[in-house]
Structure formats: structure tokens, C-alpha cells
Design a protein around this ligand. Structure first.
Ligand code: NAD
Length: 384
């Protein structure tokens, strides 16, 4: 008993016990209802399988969430709390459905050649296609003497080799592919590989960029960017396959992909690298820094740690992918340097003026960012 607690009467104790039992019974009912819900979801899944329907219907999900929020408010419950619970329930249904539908191939029995199939991403995709009923073949670095046999009657060839090697691999592979074989790649930059594939293979060509890594266990809501090359109709089944696995396929020209990825990936990773490198050079005591960090700072350190837990080669390839990217990173450092004078002059007024300019420009995203990051922090607190 804590010092502020009062001794409790027998009657109050009984009442408390009865209330606790009532809550336990409600929890029990909730579990039974979740089970019942899952059984209904199973029936929906069977129907979807029969009629070849997709798992994820963004509009239906958003309507459902809005409806739950409305009902929640009507009975005096916090709408955010209800939204949290229902998003988790919907995600569970989606993941279970996706896992089961993933066993279905859009073209089961088709021959798929995975070039670089012994690498991280190659192995990952080899597994996904393999478990969906495709006949898999792998061509890695030492298998070129067998390229002729491996390409025979191939319906799809996917190149998953280091970024800088993709164009040369496409040139080497192209002459061996059947005319109607779909040639695709998963390179994190798109323009140069797509041009090389188009030049090397006269048949259907499409560039892909999965915006996730091989540690992702589900493709649920993961984005795959598709950059059209040639004969989009002949390539469509490949995009449908990713959609069936739960991914969201976004089609965009290769040039636009590379422009936006320079910011989304290269610049962000580089800025994180600089931050990590600075901590290292200052020999900052990470354990102490983390101990004194509230969840938001922990999250930020977490994003830095996450980068350095991954493959240096992959990140150097993304960051150094093209002269344009390197020029952009130089501009970024020039921008950082341009703030030196303000720091040297202890000029808070300039800082605040610049801060407000950016804040105005970021709006309304900044309000959304505040909402989303608060959500992430809450999740972090719940779990750790
Ligand atoms: P990785 O280094 O793990 O694998 C590359 C594979 O290619 C290796 O097995 C290697 O032996 C093979 N290879 C190299 N040169 C070859 C050649 N000349 N012929 C045949 N095989 C050759 O790299 P990874 O992380 O799997 O990345 C592969 C591709 O996937 C890259 O283009 C990358 O941009 C893209 N990608 C990776 C990720 C990721 O998180 N790993 C995410 C999205 C896209």
C-alpha cells in the first residue's frame, strides 16, 4: 500500500472484486468476438480467392475507420483510441489474407529467371515467386556459362544485381532472352537500367523499385514503383502479381522516380550518415545520450542506428548513384555551411527568421508530421 492509499472496507473490496470480474468477462467476450470476426474474414477470403479479387481496398478501409470514429464519438469514446484499435484489427485481417492469397500466382507455372538470385533482394523475390507456383531459375555471378539454358523459355527475367552492374548485366542477358519474355529489374535507380534493358531486349520491358528491403516479412501496403519501358500490356501481369501480394504499385516515368528518390532516399540517408559520423567523431557516449533521451529523441537516434545496422555497399550505391545526386549532396553541404556565420555571430534573430520561413513552407505537412510522429512516439512508449 502506498502512503497516500486509504485502508479499504470489506464492502468496497467486494465491490471492486465484482467490477474486476465484470471487466474480465467483457475481455473474454471481446476475444470471442475477435475470433468470430476472423471466421467471417476467412469466408470473405474464400470469396475473394474464387473471384480473383484483391485484398486491400483503401477507400473501404477509410470509410470503415471514419464510421467507427463517428460511432465512438456518439457513445462518448475517444475517436483516436477507437481508430487505433480498428486499424490494428484491419491490418491483421489484411496480413492474414495477403499471406494466404500470396500462395496464388497470377501465372503459376511460368518460368522466372532471377539474375542475382543469390543476393539479398534476389533471394527474397525468388522465395515469393517460388511459393506462388512459379518455376524458378537463378543466375548469379558464376552462372554465365549456362546463360543460354537458363534463358530457354523464360517468361520473366528479373535483374537484382548491384546498381552499377545492372546496365552491363542487361546488355549481357538481352541476346539470350526469348522475344516475348518480360525483362524487369529492381534497381533502386531507374533511368540508366531502363535504357539499358530497352536497348538489350526488343520484347516487353518494365523497371521496378520495391521501396522496402528483404527483411520485410509482408508486402502489405509496401510500395513498388513501376517505370514503364515497352509493351505495358504484356508486363501487366507482373504488376498484378505484386498487387496480389499486398503491395501498392505506383506507375511513374523513370526520370520522375529518380528525381524524387534523390530527395527521399539519397539526401535523407546522407544527412543521417553525416549525423552518425559526427557522433562517432565526437565519441559521444551513446548509452548516456540514450538514457537522457525522451522517446522522440530516442526515435531519432533509432533512425540513425537503423541506417548503420544495414549494408554499407547498398547505401553507398544509393547515395552515389549518379553525378546529379552527388551534385545535390554538395548543394546540401553548401547549404549547411551557409549557416556558419549565423552561428559564429550568435544571431538568433536570423535563425528564427529562417525557421519561420521553413515552417510556413512546410505547412500543412508539418501539422500532419506532428500528428504522425506523436502516434509513433505513443507506439514506442507502449512497446518499450
Ligand atoms: P546484394 O549484393 O545482396 O546482391 C547482389 C547479387 O548480385 C549477388 O548475389 C551478386 O553475386 C550478384 N551479382 C553481382 N554481379 C553479378 C553479375 N555480373 N551477374 C550475375 N549476378 C551478379 O544486393 P541487394 O541488396 O540484393 O541489391 C540488389 C538490387 O536490389 C540492387 O539493384 C538494389 O538497388 C535493389 N534493391 C535492394 C534493396 C535492399 O534493401 N537490399 C531494396 C530495394 C531494391
Amino acid at each position: 500500500m502506498s502512503p497516500s492509499e486509504q485502508p479499504i472496507t470489506r464492502e468496497a473490496q467486494d465491490q471492486l472484486e465484482r467490477l474486476r470480474q465484470a471487466i474480465d468477462a467483457i475481455d473474454h467476450d471481446m476475444v470471442a468476438l475477435l475470433k468470430e470476426r476472423q471466421e467471417q474474414v476467412e469466408k470473405v477470403l474464400q470469396l475473394k480467392k474464387t473471384h480473383g479479387l484483391s485484398v486491400y481496398h483503401p477507400a473501404r478501409e477509410e470509410n470503415l475507420i471514419s464510421e467507427k470514429r463517428r460511432i465512438g464519438r456518439a457513445v462518448g469514446l475517444d475517436a483516436d483510441y477507437l481508430e487505433d484499435i480498428f486499424r490494428r484489427i484491419l491490418r491483421q485481417s489484411r496480413v492474414e489474407q495477403t499471406a494466404q492469397l500470396a500462395r496464388r500466382g497470377i501465372r503459376p507455372g511460368a518460368n522466372v529467371l532471377m539474375v542475382g538470385g543469390c543476393g539479398a533482394m534476389g533471394r527474397y523475390l525468388y522465395d515469393w515467386f517460388g511459393k506462388s507456383g512459379y518455376r524458378m531459375r537463378c543466375l548469379d555471378r558464376d552462372d554465365w556459362p549456362q546463360v543460354g539454358v537458363l534463358c530457354q523459355e523464360a517468361d520473366l527475367a528479373i535483374i537484382s544485381v548491384p546498381i552499377a552492374s545492372t546496365p552491363a548485366v542487361a546488355r549481357r542477358l538481352g541476346p539470350h532472352l526469348p522475344a516475348d519474355c518480360v525483362l524487369a529489374d529492381v534497381t533502386s535507380v531507374k533511368q540508366a537500367p531502363l535504357e539499358a534493358m530497352l536497348a538489350a531486349h526488343p520484347g516487353p520491358v518494365v523497371g521496378l523499385h520495391p521501396l522496402f528491403g528483404p527483411v520485410t516479412t509482408t508486402m502489405d501496403k509496401q510500395v513498388v514503383v513501376a517505370t514503364p519501358g515497352r509493351s505495358p500490356k504484356a508486363c501487366q501481369w507482373l504488376l498484378d502479381q505484386f498487387a496480389d501480394w499486398g503491395a501498392i504499385v505506383m506507375t511513374t516515368p523513370a526520370e520522375d522516380h529518380d528525381d524524387i528518390m534523390s530527395i527521399v532516399q539519397a539526401l535523407r540517408h546522407f544527412a543521417t550518415f553525416i549525423f552518425g559520423r559526427f557522433l562517432y567523431e565526437k565519441r559521444v557516449r551513446l548509452d548516456e545520450a540514450l538514457e537522457y533521451s525522451s522517446p522522440i529523441y530516442r526515435l531519432e537516434f533509432g533512425m540513425v542506428g537503423r541506417l548503420f545496422a544495414q549494408d554499407a555497399g547498398l547505401y553507398s550505391e544509393i547515395i552515389f548513384a549518379s553525378p546529379e545526386r552527388r551534385a545535390l549532396l554538395k548543394e546540401y553541404l553548401d547549404c549547411a555551411r551557409s549557416n556558419l556565420e549565423m552561428i559564429a555571430n550568435d544571431d538568433k534573430a536570423v535563425f528564427e527568421k529562417h525557421f519561420r520561413q521553413v515552417a510556413e513552407w512546410f505547412d500543412p505537412f508539418s501539422r500532419q508530421a506532428l500528428r504522425e510522429s506523436t502516434y509513433l512516439i505513443d507506439k514506442l512508449i507502449e512497446r518499450f
